[in-house]
Ligand binder design. Structure first.
Ligand SMILES: [Zn+2]
Ligand SMILES: [Zn+2]
Ligand SMILES: [Zn+2]
Length: 137
């Protein structure tokens, strides 16, 4: 998802696309990886003096609900990134810098008949570690 698609989606769902909301989207588009609510808040505070963490968090929650952002738990803290699930894939996630690498292998393909009589609603598959840049740092 890019900023334009996200804004279109917000409009379509009847949400206001304030400058603040757009700035959060631009932040994630540039970030290209997972970031915490605290990271986003620091960025927003640098532009909007006195903006509350609540406001930032509410927007992150909204974006998560609308599928604009996706979330994961890293170092026992919730992290957000721009949703890139246009085509089904999974991620390697760097524990240090939050950058992700796309993995085009899905373990669901290997299940065969294991869940034959079950209705699968969703699945999650993530690999964690250090990216090459963080290993050599
Ligand atoms: Zn992806
Ligand atoms: Zn890294
Ligand atoms: Zn999958």
């Amino acid at each position: 998802m890019d900023v334009k698609e996200a804004i279109d989606l917000l409009k379509e769902k009847g949400y206001k696309t304030t400058k603040r909301r757009q700035d959060i989207l631009v932040y994630f588009e540039k970030a290209d990886g997972y970031r915490t609510a605290k990271d986003v808040n620091e960025f927003m505070e640098s532009m909007y003096e006195g903006i509350s963490f609540d406001t930032v968090y509410r927007n992150l929650h909204l974006y998560d609900e609308l599928g604009i952002l996706e979330t994961t738990e890293l170092n026992s803290e919730k992290h957000f990134r721009m949703n890139c699930a246009k085509h089904h894939h999974h991620h390697f996630i760097c524990n240090d810098c939050g950058k992700t690498k796309k993995i085009n292998v899905c373990p669901m393909d290997e299940l065969g008949n294991t869940l034959a009589n079950y209705y699968v609603e969703d699945h999650k598959f993530e690999i964690y570690g250090l990216c090459p840049l963080c290993i050599s740092a």
